[in-house]
Structures are given as C-alpha cells and as structure tokens.
Write a protein that binds this ligand. Structure first.
Ligand SMILES: [Fe+2]
Length: 298
C-alpha cells in the first residue's frame, strides 16, 4: 500500500516577466492581484520548506491537484517541471490542472506538453480522466480547468469525461483497487458560489454515488476542508488541502497538505488522512491539529 502526499495550489513564485501583449486580456486582473496581494501570500520559502518536509515524510507518491501556475503563462508551464522534479520523478508525482493553469486559452505545445510525464496515465494518454495504478491504489486524475471570463474561476468536467470517469471507477472497483479521485474544484455542494464553483458538480456527484470511490482529494479553496459525499456502500471522504505556498501572513491560512495512508486491520481497509501545516515562526511544517481518520468500506 503506497503512502500518498496531497499538495495543491502551489501558485509558484515569482511571476516570470510578462509583456503587455501577454496580459492584455483576463490576465491583467491576475497580474494586478499578484503584485498587490498574492505575491506577499504565496512564498517561495514556504515551498522550500514543503520540499524539506516531504523529503522527511517520504511518501511513496505525491499528488498535485492544480493551480501550479498563477496566470497560465507559457514561461510558468515551462519552468514547472523543474519544480515537479524536486518532488520526485514523474512516476512518483501525479499532476492535474487547476483554473489558474487554464487562465486563458493557450496552445497545447506551449503549456500541457511540458507536463506530459507528470500528467499522463499508465497508458501514456494525457486526455483526462487519467489512470495511474500504484500498488493497490488507483489514482484517477480529473481535469476541471477551462478558460473563463474575467472574475470567474469556475470549472467543468463535461459529459464525455464524466462518462469515462464512471467507467474507470467501475473498472478499478471491480479490480478491488483503492480508488482515489483527484480534481481541482471541490465537488461537494455548499462550499463555493457559482462564480468559482464546479458547474457540473451534480454530474460528478451522481457518478460517485453510483460507482463509488474510496477518497476524493481537491484544492481550489486555499483552506483545509473535509466533507463526505454519498457512495453506493457508504459515505465517500472528501479532503481539500490549503495552498501549499501560503505563508499565512494575510487572510489566507498557512500552507497545509495531507498525508494519506491505507492500512489493513481486523476491521478491513482503513484510510488515514493527516494534515501537515506550515509554521512561519519555525519556517517549517509540523502536524496539523485537524488530523482526522476516515474509515471506508472496502
Ligand atoms: Fe488556487
């Protein structure tokens, strides 16, 4: 049973130099927001501390649930693999996109092509949903990112992807795998408004309710959160992590991430999800008080 780390919303700093032509669109709002506020909140030294903590915790696999970039710039895409490599080789690091990674429509060759080794499923395909089996755990990567108008940060899965998700969940469930669904936007109701939410979340919840999953991991909210969604044999635990780069000096809580272990005991399979949180005074991560354990029916 591999152990997993779940990190999200890296918003890697600093922002690369931009031309006016590159930001003469929705990006101008993000550019202004970055320089007025976000660059003070998303800090490179926090990501450095995260890398040190991950090296100590030594998970078998790292899941990154999106928002690696800030403005979805080609330069941000091109440099991200250097950062992924600090987490581990592509076979041990799985990445999906967030809304900031699709800020405006961009050519594939300038964006996702750079991330193929980290995005692709075991079959080499990058079209979502992707499937990576790591021992008894099946990681299913769902892409909710799409370019949106200014002031929007919403997401969508779409019918075709939802149908393939349904088939993958059924296939991996029949194989007895521990199914972990990765997506950027939270799929549960009531945590985010329409402007920033997953527009077809009911469709995703219907698939999960019918086929089941053992765990859902998401980002987007920049705060740690837990929820449950109905599954065919019981509730499905849903965990959202905080931003991995937040210094915690503004309104946003400090950086936080999850460690997931799957164990077998007399009661059956159990998932344990624990939190690690950044402490700016020590410039280091430590246990988060919101540790929780979520049992599930195998
Ligand atoms: Fe984000």
């Amino acid at each position: 049973m591999p152990t997993l780390a779940h990190i999200t919303d890296l918003h890697v700093a600093p922002l690369p130099p931009v031309t006016w032509r590159q930001i003469a669109n929705k990006r101008v709002l993000g550019y202004v927001s970055w320089h007025r506020k976000r660059k003070h909140e998303h800090r490179g030294e926090v990501l450095d501390a995260l890398c040190r903590d991950l090296a100590q915790q030594a998970p078998d696999h790292v899941c990154v649930t999106g928002d690696v970039t800030n403005l979805g710039l080609a330069a941000e895409y091109a440099r991200a693999p250097e950062w992924f490599a600090r987490l581990g080789p592509p076979e041990r690091v799985s990445v999906i996109r967030g809304n900031h990674d699709a800020y405006v429509a961009m050519p594939h060759a300038e964006t996702l092509a750079h991330w193929t080794p980290w995005l692709a499923g075991d079959d080499g395909a990058t079209a979502p949903p992707t499937l990576r089996r790591r021992g008894a755990v099946s990681l299913i990567g769902v892409d909710t990112a799409l370019p949106t108008p200014p002031f929007m940060a919403s997401g969508r899965v779409g019918q075709a992807q939802a149908e393939r998700l349904d088939a993958l969940l059924a296939q991996e469930g029949a194989a007895g795998q521990v199914r972990v669904v990765l997506l950027h936007h939270p799929p549960q109701p009531g945590v985010v408004g329409r402007r920033k939410g997953l527009h077809d979340a009911p469709r995703v919840r219907a698939v999960l309710a019918a086929r089941g999953a053992e765990l859902v991991l998401h980002g987007h909210m920049h705060v740690p959160m837990t929820a449950e969604l109905p599954g065919p044999t019981g509730p499905i635990p849903v965990y959202g992590a905080g931003s991995a780069s937040s210094a915690g000096t503004g309104r946003m809580p400090p950086a936080q991430y999850h460690l997931v272990t799957v164990t077998q005991d007399a009661r059956g399979l159990r998932l344990a999800v624990t939190g690690r949180r950044y402490d700016s005074a020590r410039a280091a991560f430590g246990p988060a008080p919101s540790d929780a354990e979520a049992p599930f029916a195998a």
